[in-house]
Write a protein that binds this ligand. Sequence first.
Ligand code: NAD
Ligand code: DAU
Length: 369
Amino acid sequence: MHNVLVTGGAGFIGSNFIRYLLQVEPEVFVVNLDALTYAGSLENLKDLPAPERYVFEQGDICSRPLVDELMRKYQIDTVVHFAAESHVDRSILGPEQFIQTNIVGTFTLLESAKQYWAESSSSPNPYQGVRFHHVSTDEVFGSLEPDDPPFSETTPYAPNSPYSASKAASDHLVRAYAHTYGLPVTITNCSNNYGPYQFPEKLIPLMILNALEGKPLPVYGDGQQIRDWLFVQDHCEAIWMVLRKGKVGETYNIGGDNQPTNLTVVQTICDILDEFVPDSPHTPHRSLIRYVTDRPGHDRRYAMDITKIRQELGWQPRHSMSEGLVKTVRWYLDNPEWVEAIRKQQDFQKWVSQNYGERRYETPQEGNR
Ligand code: NAD
Ligand code: DAU
């Protein structure tokens, strides 16, 4: 039996990961440490497949006494570290919490794991059978020009936002703990995820929910930015594969092999909604698209080279973007209670007026809708 500490397990990817893990692995016990910030919700963890092998602990990853206590209490042998401030726009308007959680929080977990595993082991190699897995992002590599090759594991770091800079710092700390102390770590850098339980501040759920309500669909700048979209369950599978089969000390890039422009993503969502809710007063949903003032420092293009994980571990994404988007739109339509609970949050309403209130809105020319 593995005792797995998942940090940030009440968030989007963390909650999908816990659901996935309990389903595919009968031999794991999962401890979910999450502070329940605005981005975390216990609504994401209802109806877990094996609740008897799961426990929730509310708390901050920056609290060393708490993390030490949990490592001891549950005899943790595997850490899967998702907890982070994750939204680029929020990092632009208020970077401080990103430094705290993403850098200090990761440092705290590394220190605690190092000490607990060293003290609790009786073997000459204290790190036998344990693992610290750090979940990171493709944004640490910066932005690509149209003809640049995709990011590989050896692409130099060039983070551009406070969010990506804080994630880059955390990656460096994890790497340093492996190099200096021999801590058995793995790191994955993943591209944009989408799917069930994503908080509606991010592009895809924001567009689905705004469109259903007949609100404007705010596309930043010219909408020609490119992301490499991955269905969240494929990401969860890749992480667990890296934990089981990946080489200690290595990093693996994970991506979806799906690289449409933002405008295409939004148009596709509109078309799926036209089909699923043909009686909506807001059809055609494309008429709701508006160009709005761009994100400062907006990265133009991301793309991931996933040759390493494909060749070494045999992982590749299972979902095409169109399959994944259909499943995602269906999920948001089928889960109105979840949507209501999340949307009711005061913080979310405040965020919407803070981030979108001041932007200039323009209707795209015919042909660009
Ligand atoms: P999210 O914002 O949905 O969830 C983050 C979770 O962390 C929330 O449950 C929140 O309550 C918790 N948390 C925040 N601060 C905490 C703290 N100090 N202590 C304990 N818990 C805390 O994020 P996500 O989209 O699920 O991303 C998870 C991880 O994956 C992050 O590390 C992110 O950088 C990385 N990542 C995300 C994507 C993506 O597209 N969403 C892509 C690549 C990598
Ligand atoms: O690349 C991986 C990263 O993907 C993760 O590390 C981050 O945690 C995650 O939030 C995501 O970052 P992005 O900034 O790419 O995601 P977001 O959904 O915020 O934006 C996706 C694209 O859509 C981006 O080019 C900005 C644009 N956008 C976003 C919003 C919220 C809009 O055009 N309008 C919007 O209202």
